[in-house]
Design a protein around this ligand. Structure first.
Ligand code: DAH
Length: 340
């Protein structure tokens, strides 16, 4: 019996060693340990043994059964791991594969308008300057010659952090930064976000966009201002567009003007959207830079003069693309944005 047990052990362990797939492992299990298996068959013969022999053979048979079971388990794990490894290799995903369901983004109508404005002014010899959205009260108001009691400084209009810092209410502080950094002569524009404590409606948003322009040189006059702005309006909106200048007040320019253009809707004939005047109101504010502002930035107003202008970009984009409500520009509704 002992000999036969060892034979079974040796034969089964050899079989396990040679096994290369799970099916063979299962077959070996059945062949030796199954109900009709070799080991089970041998155990059935135990009754024939003497009383002394029986427990010894029983213990040996159990030991051998455990031995075979452990070897089977071990080999099974090795085969499973190898299979997994093979599967992982075969299933490696090729991320370079082409697919046609990529959604590509594109320009926002505001960004397109800003870049077109910048391109035009770059051609006119202006540099594109950039300034921060968090500004000092000094740059946003004081150095721009804004009197202490000017209504735009009011808490109800302006987002203050404290008595020195605010969210800029206009791009005009970029004038101050450019004059201090670059000095005269200077020809610059600056675009960006500005912030005012306005109620949201179809034409107002607490965050909107402006473009600022500034020219400083010797002998700059209001004729240069009018020529440059006329040129801009014709180049940007169309050759048949006209400009109209109305006197106005801004703290940082003297004299100050507001500019209207031919109504883009009726081309000057008169329609409900221009109140039948043929003119579209307030494209921009402008004027000759106030001598105090030049002095505040270290430029001698006896030697240099200049003009400045500022306009709302959101309105320009709205007119250009026929957008009726400013809120649509900031809602990020892709159905809306896809149209541009
Ligand atoms: N900063 C003015 C505003 O927000 C716009 C403006 C008017 C800018 C006249 C200028 C200017 O540079 O000369 O209403």
């Amino acid at each position: 019996m002992r000999e036969e047990l060892f034979k079974i052990k040796e034969a089964s362990l050899n079989n396990i060693k040679d096994a290369i797939d799970l099916k063979t492992i299962e077959e070996i299990k059945i062949k030796y340990l199954g109900k009709k298996g070799a080991l089970t068959g041998l155990l059935k013969e135990m009754g024939k043994l003497s009383k002394e022999e029986r427990p010894k053979m029983g213990a040996l048979a159990n030991e051998i059964r455990e031995n075979i079971e452990n070897s089977l388990k071990e080999k099974e794990n090795i085969i499973k791991n190898a299979l997994l490894e093979e599967k992982l290799k075969a299933e490696r995903i090729d991320v370079t594969l082409e697919t046609d369901n990529l959604i590509l983004g594109h320009y926002h109508p505001l960004k397109r308008t800003i870049e077109d404005l910048e391109d035009l002014f770059i051609k006119m010899g202006f540099l594109v300057y950039d300034g921060p959205e968090i500004e000092t009260v000094e740059n946003n108001f004081d150095l721009l010659n804004t009197p202490a009691n000017h209504p735009s400084r009011d808490m109800t209009d302006t987002f203050y952090f404290d008595d020195k810092k605010l969210l800029r209410t206009q791009t005009s502080p970029c004038q101050i930064r450019a004059m201090k950094e670059i000095g005269a002569p200077l020809r610059m524009i600056c675009t960006g976000r500005v912030f005012r404590n306005d109620e949201v409606d179809a034409t107002h948003s607490p965050m909107f966009h402006q473009m600022e322009g500034l020219v400083i040189d010797k002998n700059v006059t209001i004729a240069n201002l009018m020529h440059s702005l006329d040129y801009f309006v014709k180049a940007f909106f169309g050759k048949d567009m006209k400009t109209r200048y109305r006197p106005h007040y801004f703290p940082f320019t003297e004299p100050s003007l507001e500019v209207d253009t031919t109504c883009p809707n009726c081309k000057g004939k008169g329609c409900p959207s221009c109140n039948h005047t043929g003119w579209s109101m307030e494209l921009l504010g402008c004027g000759m830079v106030h001598p105090n502002v030049l002095r505040n930035c270290g430029i001698d107003p006896e030697i240099y003069s200049g003009f400045a202008f500022g306009m709302g970009i959101d309105r320009i984009a709205m007119v250009r693309y026929g957008i009726k409500d400013i809120r649509m520009m900031f809602e990020n509704n892709t159905k809306f944005l896809e149209q541009f």
